[in-house]
Design a protein. Sequence first.
Lengths: 230, 415
Amino acid sequence: MGYFGELRFFGGFKQTLTQVLEPRVTTEYPKEKRPKPPRLHGRHVLNRYEDGMEKCIGCELCAAVCPADCIYVRGADNPEDAPVSPGERFGFVYEINYLRCIHCDMCVEACPTEAITETKMFEFSFTSRADAIYTKAELVVDDDGRPQKLPWEDWREGEDRFTSGWMRATSPSGAAAYEGEVQWSGELGYGVRAPEGGQSGKRDDEATGNISIREVARNKIPVRFGGRVR
Amino acid sequence: MPDPLFAHGVDLAVFVIVLVKVLVAFGALLVSVLLMIWFERKVISDMQNRIGPNRAGPFGLLQTLADGTKLFFKEDLLPERADRVVFRLAPFLSLLPAFLIFTVVPVGGVVTIAHHVIELQVADPPIGILLVLALSSVAVYGTMLAGWSSGSKYPLLGAVRASAQMISYEAAMGLTVVTVVLEAHSLSTRTIVQSQAVHFWQWNWLRLGIVPFVLFFIASTAELNRPPFDLAEGESELGGGFHTEYSSIRFALFFMAEFMNTVTMSAVVVTLFFGGPDGPGFHFLRWLWPIAWFLGKTIAFCYIQVWIRASLPRMRYDQLMNVGWKVLIPLSLAWLLVVAGVIQSAAWGFAIIGGCLLAWALLGQSVRIARLRREALVEGDAALGAEDDVRGGVAPRGTGITSLRPVPGGGKVGG
C-alpha cells in the first residue's frame, strides 16, 4: 500500500485495455455451432434390442419419476402371437410432451431396461402444440437402430450414432471397481456399446463418441491459459 | 468579440446562414448520438471479449436505429400517481440542454462565403462558458423532475441522489472553469479557443497545470451521471433510478440525452482544455483541418469516457460525497487561487502556494487530532466496561465521541 497503493486505481484501466487484444469468446450461433459435450441431454429415443424387440416394458417408472410430469405411459400385455417386447408387458402408449420436458434425464436413470435414453439433439422447434407431443411412433428407433428424424429437427453429422452416452458413462454406484465393466444390454444396429473410459485411462473415444470440449475450443483460448491463441 | 456575421446587420442571407448552421448542428448531433451509442457498445464489448452489436447494418451501425424504432412503437405508459404535465415534460428538459450546450462549442475556424464571415459554431455569445454551466445545471431538472413526478419511491430516490450529486460537483466544475476564464480573459468559447492557439503547449490543460483539467473531467463525468457516478440510475439498487417508470419513446429520450451529453461534454472539455479545433494543418482544404482536429479530440474523449465506464465500479454514495466535498472542491479552490496568484506575479503565486500548503497541513493535523481523541475515548469506554463486567455490574456504554467521561491516562490525546 502506501503511496503506491493509490496507483493500483489504474490497474483496472490497464486490465480493460489489454482485454481488447484477447480473442473473442462469442460463438456466432446459427452461423457456427460449437461441438456438443458427449453426455448432453437432448431429445429422447426408445431403444430396441438387437433382435428388434422393444426394450420398454411399460413399467411407468419414468412417468413416476418425471419432475415435470411430461411422460405418459400405458403398459399392456404382450400379444402372444406377436410379442413387442421380451417379457410379459410392453409400452402400449408412450408420449413425451416437449413443452414440459426439462431434459433432467431422471427417466433415463429410472429405466430398468435402458429403454429410454437421450440423444444429443436439442435443436427442434415445432410450430404447433400437437407437434410438441412425441408419441411412440416418433420416439422408437427405426430398423437400423437410428433415431427417427422429423422435419423440424436439426440433426448434425454423426449425432445419431451416440444416442445413449449416459448409460455407459458411469459405473454402478460410481464405484471405481466396476469401471469399464459392461453392465448393459445390446442395442439394435450397434450391439453392445463400448464402455466410456473413466479414470482408468483405457478409453476408446472413437467408439464412445467422447470429445474434449477444451480440445475443441483450443483455438479460442490464449496460450497462457493452455490454448493456441498467441 | 461579437459575432462577425452580424457586423453589417441581419438580412435574409444572414438569416439563412444561421438557419443552415442550426440545422446542420442539429442533424450532426442526432447522428453523433446514434454513433456514440454504437461506439460505446462496441468498445465495451471489445473490453469484455465480446463482439457487440453486429446484426443491424454494417458492423451493427444501425443497431441504435433499430432499438429506437422498437422503443418508438412500444406503449407509452403513464403511471396512475404521476404528475401528468411534469412527467411528460421531464424527458425534453433533460434533452434540450444537451442540444443547447453544443451550440456554443466552436467546431472549426472561420469560413468566408460571399463576404459573410462565418464562425463554425452555431452561436458565439459573449457569455458562452457561463451558458454551458447554466445549461448543464438545467439538465438536472430533467432528471429530478422525472424522478419526482413519477409518483414512485425508487425514481424519487434517484432524483434526490441526482440533485445532491449535481450540487456537489457543480461547484468544483465552476471553479475549474474560472481558472480557464482567468487565463483567457474572456467567457466567450471562441476567445478561449483562440487564446490556446498555435502551439500545443499553450493548450490549457498544460498551461494551467493538468489539475484543473483532471478536476473538470471528473466533475463533468459526475454532472452527466455517467459511470462511475451514475447513482441516479443505480440499476442494482434503484431498479433504474429516475427513469424506472418511463417507457417507450420517453425512455429513449433520456438515453438520447445521456449520450448526447457525453458527446457535448467531451466537446466542451476539448474546447476548454485541449485547444478546440487547434492543431497543425496543411495547405489544401484549410478550413477542414480544424474540424478534423476537433472531431479527433472529441472522439478521443468519448473513448476515455467509455473506458472509464468499462473499468470502474459505481461509487458508493458517501464515497461520492467525500470525493466531491473533501477533494474536488478544496483542490479546485486552491488551484484557482494559485492560478490567480501566478497570473498576478510570481511572488503572489508562491505566497498563495505556501498559504494553501499551510492551510492543508493545519487542517490535516486537526483531523488527525480529532481522530486520536475519538479512538482514545472509545478505548477508555471499553476499558471501563471491562472493569464493570468483572464486578458483575452492567456498565452504561458510552457512544464513543459523545461520551463525557474523562479519558483514562490522558497521555494519548496530547497533540
